[in-house]
Design a protein around this ligand. Structure first.
Ligand SMILES: [Zn+2]
Length: 85
């Protein structure tokens, strides 16, 4: 999970260049958890409250519920966002 701000942050293709839309494997129940986090991030972005996941990647391992947050940078030459500056 991350917040993509066009022209400012990494896009999906920056950190998963080999994955194409529609083929990311996911378990339905986990998708609902991520959907709740995404909704919260949207509220944070709109309200200006909290620290949204701009430039950071939240990873959730459902088998253990380990959560990690890592810094995320744009990949030079990324075809997904290189024209969005
Ligand atoms: Zn990109």
């Amino acid at each position: 999970m991350t917040v993509v701000v066009p022209g400012r942050t990494a896009c999906l293709e920056c950190f998963l260049p080999e994955v194409r839309p529609g083929i990311i494997p996911a378990i339905g129940s986990v998708v609902s958890v991520i959907g709740g986090i995404e909704a919260t991030e949207t509220i944070k972005m709109i309200s200006g409250k909290g620290k949204p996941l701009v430039g950071r990647l939240l990873s959730l391992k459902a088998s253990t519920w380990d959560i990690r947050i890592a810094e995320l940078e744009r990949r030079p030459g990324c075809t997904g966002c290189s024209g969005n500056d």
